[in-house]
Design a protein around this ligand. Sequence first.
Ligand SMILES: CC(C)(COP(=O)(O)OP(=O)(O)OC[C@H]1O[C@@H](n2cnc3c(N)ncnc32)[C@H](O)[C@@H]1OP(=O)(O)O)[C@@H](O)C(=O)NCCC(=O)NCCS
Length: 174
Amino acid sequence: MIERLRKGEGPRLRAIRLRALADAPDAFGSTFEVAERKGPEDWETQVERLPTFVWREGDTDLGMVRGAPHDGDADAGYLISMWVAPEARGRGVGAALVGEVIAWARGRGLRRLVLDVGAHNEPARRLYERLGFAATGATGALPPPRDRLRELEMTIDLVIDLAGHDPAAPHHTL
Ligand SMILES: CC(C)(COP(=O)(O)OP(=O)(O)OC[C@H]1O[C@@H](n2cnc3c(N)ncnc32)[C@H](O)[C@@H]1OP(=O)(O)O)[C@@H](O)C(=O)NCCC(=O)NCCS
């Protein structure tokens, strides 16, 4: 089930984020080495500032995602830090986590969500496309020394139009 991390759960964020960075280093701009050195207050601040959703089975966190404000567009939010543990992949956990960030963004009245995905990252690109995200055409790169890895920007429109067409609904329900 999905839980939103609360104040005081910085250690829980640290544990799953370090596992994500170790497992999929090229999927993220941050690195394990830098994250590992951050102190407890830093993790706590992240939990308090960014909505953080985790997928929990029994007493283990097996997936996470976060939302963030967009730095240049007050109508938009970012979806960041998406990761599902290898043993939990291929079961729709990623889709469920994206759904939480969409709900968070809608709750804040945001009109679109934006994310960056590695051009090489086929499973993630397919997941986002299946959920209704589309490439904007903007591209970037991971920070050096990994700048040979290209990133594609994708976005989803969160505004439901008057005809009832919901652009964020999975395609099979349209
Ligand atoms: C991308 C990611 C979050 C998808 O999570 P997920 O819960 O497996 O998502 P889904 O169950 O919807 O499956 C997504 C795709 O992975 C494929 N997949 C299925 N089983 C899989 C498995 N055991 N291992 C890897 N991929 C698998 C599926 O084919 C599916 O593709 P489809 O859309 O063609 O069906 C996950 O693979 C992951 O954490 N990857 C490493 C980190 C990462 O890339 N994060 C994204 C940063 S932008």
